[in-house]
Design a protein around this ligand. Structure first.
Ligand code: GGG
Length: 356
């Protein structure tokens, strides 16, 4: 069986880390005898926008729905396209139209990488953020009135549905139940956001009745971010709304030394539509074009994609490969964000060679 994968590098460092993600995928496919068909696309990028006046072709949904998975890099080039236009014109369309309602973001301190937090060793930080991915604070409900005048009014609604909330909570509870610690943390802010968030807490409690073995706690998002820094070892599975999950899944990897290694899976669990795999990081205009971006977030996302496609052992081999290269700690190989002098390509090649 051949897996058909749409490959979309996107913008900025997305174009630099994607070749290394593809290199790892091809090395793994060759070594484990998996048939992959990789189809590159230039849309969902600000370069495409510059040429066509939109981020995606009109028939993007018809094109991409035929694939088994989408492998994405990063979006955004604010010099040419405002960030909200590029994001809403591409990645958020994919998440919504393909009903990728789970955004699964592992956060793990890897061997050889120094956490900025004192005295943290691999094993001390190992949790998942499960982010609601199609509604919540990322709604397009709202508008502007009296633009540019003294009376200007801007409104944007948070949209939470029982259907959308319960399905992400169910996924998070199932994940927590499958892990040894069986612990779930809910991110809330029900003291200040006094309509949607108390309701979120009620749904967490209601869903918990089906999972009596899972220990549940909840924190307001402000103290939760502080506890990510002070006590990252407390967490096992953290479930959060769209915005809170986005923030937590940048902060978590930052506590593990670099956001450059963090992967993510935008999953449509029913398999009705393709799921999408991308690093957590964005296009990073500040370092784009220098060839120094860390490719591990993209490579780890490739591992998550292969696991999703049923190749657990290949996924494990890819993770083992980058862990081995990190543990060796060769400064000539590692990228600058993790203390080395290497390039995106040098690190990517070293990892691909280690996939066995
Ligand atoms: N590879 C992820 C990426 O490009 N992210 C850009 C971004 O700003 N994403 C916001 C989000 O995930 O909601």
């Amino acid at each position: 069986m051949t897996h058909r994968i749409a490959v979309i590098p996107g913008d900025g460092i997305g174009k630099e880390v994607m070749p290394e993600g593809v290199r790892a995928l091809q090395a793994a496919a060759e070594r484990f005898g998996i048939a992959l068909e990789l189809a590159p696309f230039d849309f969902a990028s600000c370069d495409y926008y510059a040429e066509h006046g939109q981020m995606l072709p009109d028939d993007w949904f018809e094109i991409l729905k035929e694939f088994d998975a989408i492998f994405y890099g990063a979006v955004g080039w604010p010099e040419t396209v405002p960030d909200h236009v590029s994001l809403w014109g591409s990645l958020l369309q994919f998440r919504r139209r393909f009903d990728q309602y789970i955004n699964l973001r592992p956060c793990r301190l890897l061997p050889g990488i120094k956490s900025p937090l004192a005295n943290r060793q691999p094993g001390d930080i190992d949790f998942y953020v499960v982010r609601e991915n199609t509604e919540g604070e990322y709604s397009s409900v709202g508008g502007r009135m009296f633009e540019g005048t003294e009376r200007e009014v801007v409104i944007q609604e948070t949209v939470m549905t029982r259907h959308g909330t319960d399905r992400v909570l169910k996924f998070a509870y199932e994940l927590a139940q499958s892990r040894p610690r069986r612990k779930l943390t809910s991110a809330t802010k029900s003291n200040g956001i006094a309509i949607t968030m108390p309701w979120w807490d009620e749904r967490v409690a209601e869903m918990g009745r089906h999972y009596p073995e899972v220990a549940v706690d909840q924190f307001h998002i402000d103290i939760l971010t502080a506890n990510f820094v002070m006590h990252p070892d407390w967490f096992d599975v953290v479930v959060a709304s769209n915005l809170f999950g986005d923030i937590l899944s940048d902060l978590g990897p930052a506590c593990t030394g670099t956001i450059g290694v963090a992967p993510s899976a935008n999953i449509n669990p029913e398999g009705t539509f393709p799921s999408l795999f991308e690093p957590v990081h964005g296009s990073a205009p500040d370092i784009a074009g220098r060839g120094i971006a860390n490719p591990i977030g993209q490579i780890w996302s490739a591992a998550m994609m292969l696991e999703h496609l049923g190749h657990q052992e290949v996924s494990v081999a890819i993770v083992a490969a980058f862990e081995a290269v990190l543990a060796e700690g060769d400064e000539g190989v590692l990228t600058p964000d993790i203390g080395g002098r290497g390039t995106t390509e040098i690190l990517g090649r070293a990892i691909a060679e280690r996939i066995i």
